[in-house]
Design a protein around this ligand. Structure first.
Ligand code: SF4
Length: 356
């Protein structure tokens, strides 16, 4: 019976579930929280090395709260969705300052913290505080949508509410921490997005989608939108020492708070126009301007076609930049600062080109 799903799932977890993930050891609210934030939109195998380095550098909430944001972003570089890292830092400071460094054990207070939604709060409360709260992350949505063959995209409020009701219904009163880990694990390892392994699933006898043979049609996908394309040029401005100009992005917007190459609209190969832009925005002119092969970086809401443009700062010209933090970066001796993935890609290419 489908009512027995939680018991069947727990038996499956005891025998086949993963019990040695880094965040399953020395469980604390802090460690569970960091893992849950990293696991949003990112797979377990990708998260593991980031998590281990992060926890080594920031072993408890105080070390995270007192670290500069730049360093936190550095440890996040490559994971994407940087708002998660900025919120993590802000949240750590709030927990330290307002809750005496202990996560509140009241779920409403926890949901009020930056970057913590109902599902993340439920996971922390159930795994670290053993309180009965349901969770509904992407894995759980998929399992429940298939078990009950729920039609409609889970981004629609009515569908999401239905899934929350089912999540609550199946959350047991005993062994809630194990259940929470078990259902996430089932979604990640058995009830996978494109090739569910139903023969290994504890819920296969009752699963409606499996009975219908339509497992992968659930949950319904977000109605497709054609992503717009934006074009930009990233300037690789070098000085006499071969250092590259970086500037800090504003705290909000794409790559917020990260260090980036200066971004310029002129990507049409017109070096004169480009130098006008450099004069107006950086107070310099460039020599040896080269347009390099472009590449595409895709965000959730648009594609960004990036053309790197390199050039050397003209003799006797010095940077005049107002209202922006800038830094001359040595690609051969990089320091700990948060860089966006496409910027790292361009800098790595430069490093290869200038290898001695
Ligand atoms: S039977 Fe298959 S589709 Fe249904 S929950 Fe299990 S793995 Fe997912």
């Amino acid at each position: 019976m489908i009512e027995d799903f939680s018991q069947q799932l727990l038996s499956w977890f005891d025998q086949h579930g993963r019990h040695d993930l880094p965040w399953q050891k020395q469980i604390t609210p802090y460690r569970v929280w960091v893992s849950e934030i990293m696991l949003q939109q990112t797979q377990v195998t990708t998260v593991i090395p980031y998590y281990e380095k992060f926890i080594q550098r920031f072993p408890e909430i105080e070390s995270l709260a007192t670290a500069p944001l730049d360093e936190v972003l550095h440890y996040w570089s490559g994971l994407g969705y940087y708002a998660r890292a900025r919120n993590l830092h802000k949240c750590a400071q709030m927990v330290v300052n307002e809750f005496n460094s202990e996560f509140p054990d009241n779920i409403e207070q926890m949901i009020a913290l930056p970057g913590i939604g109902r599902s993340t709060a439920g996971a922390i409360q159930s795994i670290a505080h053993n309180q009965r709260h349901p969770i509904l992350d992407g894995n759980v949505k998929r399992v429940l949508a298939r078990l009950y063959a729920i039609e409609g995209w889970p981004g629609i409020k009515k569908i999401e509410n239905k899934l929350w009701q089912l999540a609550d219904f199946h959350t047991p009163h005993e062994r809630v921490a194990d259940y929470t880990q078990a259902i996430m694990d089932l979604g990640a390892t058995v009830c996978t997005r494109s090739k569910p392994r139903c023969q290994h699933c504890p819920g296969s006898v009752d699963c409606k989608a499996h009975r219908l043979g339509t497992e992968t049609t659930f949950p319904e996908k977000k109605p497709k939108k054609i992503l717009p394309v934006r074009k930009t040029a990233l300037l690789v401005v070098t000085n006499k020492k071969g250092e590259v100009l970086l500037e800090k992005r504003p705290p909000t917007g794409i790559w917020g708070g990260l260090w980036s190459l200066p971004e310029c609209d002129h990507d049409n190969g017109d070096t004169q126009l480009l130098n006008h832009w450099c004069r107006d925005n950086l107070g310099i002119q460039l020599d040896n301007i080269k347009y390099k092969p472009g590449f595409r970086h895709t965000f959730s809401h648009y594609h960004l076609d990036i053309t790197p443009v390199s050039g050397q700062i003209r003799n006797n010209h010095s940077l005049r930049v107002e209202e922006k933090e800038t830094f001359w970066y040595n690609v051969h001796q990089p320091d700990a600062r948060g860089l966006a993935t496409p910027v790292t890609q361009v800098l790595n290419e430069l490093k290869q080109e200038t290898k001695t």
